[in-house]
Design a protein around this ligand. Structure first.
Ligand code: PLP
Length: 367
């Protein structure tokens, strides 16, 4: 707050989302799965649907669907415009200037950008590559204190595809409870788990907050997401939502209801698409052990290899795009250098073609 009374909010560009707008012949830059067509969800969309605001907290049917998936009550759910708005609302509601905010690293940059904008002191705790990107809970425990307001994580993790286990989630919440901090789990990748079972979330913890969406079930354009939390937190978030978007997309809500009712089918689709690409990826890694090391992802639609090359990840990605027409996302946009995020969520031959070109580029620049 400056002396004139108005907060002066400064926000850094969201580097990843701007980078992904670059044009590429082969696009392996994103983090999602091949998108569904509308007819695969609603074969005949009723055209006599009135285009009106719905209930601003979400329709009863949709809240009930999300509640069932998380085994909570519908009153524990607020529908939002994607995980993006859900994350914004959580930060607006829970954070104050000067609060200490812990985020796992690597992770998707949105929430830390927002926390910095709101004047929080953003601090890292790390996922350890040699341990399959497991969280360093010892580091977190040593760092948190009574000023810590919120601990943030992605589960499944974007970009590594690692999954925090139930035991780790429990231990992390105990650390948070000790200092009275909230735990915010961005669960946008729910439904992308390789074994088809939902990754751990902190709904059992009083100050646990979960955000997610239908985007990673293959539907990004309907812009439907949610917050799952204690009723008191949901009430506060709803008050905020009246000021952010008021209402989410009504047509999106119809699509989301249908998607979630039949979610087993779309989770199976995710698994099938991913498995073919994991096989392609594993075969490429076996053929090129001198180029990369990588843990196999347990969730998500990306791999996050460490590469053996002197180029920094941004320079690497820029040159790869220019010289080979292939888009990948640089590790430094997730807080970790010498890594690349490569999408394995597309259908068909695209991954194999992209990997051929990446291999060619890596050999050319390997020194
Ligand atoms: C971890 C994570 N959070 C949030 C988002 C934003 O997703 P949504 O489409 O639900 O707003 C993404 C998108 O890739 C993501 O990977």
């Amino acid at each position: 707050m400056n002396s004139k009374g108005a907060p002066h909010l400064k926000i850094d560009p969201f580097r990843l989302e701007r980078w992904l707008l670059e044009k590429a012949e082969i696009d392996l830059g994103g983090g999602g799965v091949a998108k569904l067509q509308l007819k695969e969800v609603i074969p005949q969309m009723p055209t006599d649907t009135a285009m009106m605001y719905g209930r601003t907290c979400g329709s009863e049917a949709l809240r009930a669907q999300v509640a069932e998936w998380y085994r909570v009550e519908p009153e524990n759910v607020l529908i939002t415009s994607g995980t993006s708005e859900a994350n914004l609302i959580i930060n607006l509601v829970l954070l104050e200037q000067g609060d200490e905010y812990f985020t796992e690293v690597p992770q998707y940059e949105q929430t830390t950008g927002l926390a910095r904008m709101l004047g929080a002191k953003v601090k890292p705790f790390h996922l350890v590559e040699d341990k399959g990107w497991a969280p360093d809970l010892k580091e977190l425990k040593e760092k948190v204190n009574r000023h810590t307001k919120l601990i943030f994580l992605n589960n499944p993790n974007n970009p590594t595809g690692a999954i925090m286990t139930q035991e780790e989630m429990q231990a992390l919440c105990e650390i948070a409870e000790h200092v009275g901090a909230y735990v915010h789990c961005d669960n946008a990748l729910r439904g992308s788990e390789t074994d088809g079972k939902p990754a751990a979330t902190p709904e059992f913890y009083e100050r646990g907050v979960i955000t997610g969406s239908i985007s990673k079930l293959g539907a990004t354009s309907p812009r439907i997401g949610w917050i799952v939390a204690e009723k008191e937190i949901i009430e506060r978030c709803w008050v905020m939502k009246d000021y952010t978007t008021l209402s989410h997309c009504g047509i999106g809500e119809m699509i989301a209801e249908r998607l979630l009712t039949n979610r087993a089918r779309y989770i199976k689709r995710n698994q099938t698409i991913k498995q073919a690409n994991v096989d392609t990826w594993n075969a490429w890694c076996e053929e090129n052990p001198d180029l990369v090391t990588c843990a196999e992802p347990k969730g998500g639609f990306t791999v996050f290899p460490r590469y053996k090359n002197r180029l920094g990840s941004s320079k690497f990605s820029e040159r790869l795009l220019k010289e080979e027409g292939v888009m990948v996302s640089p590790g430094d946009q997730f807080g970790v250098e010498r890594h690349l995020r490569i999408n394995i969520g597309m259908k068909g031959e695209t991954l194999a073609q992209g990997l051929d070109r990446i291999g060619r580029f890596m050999r050319r620049t390997l020194k």
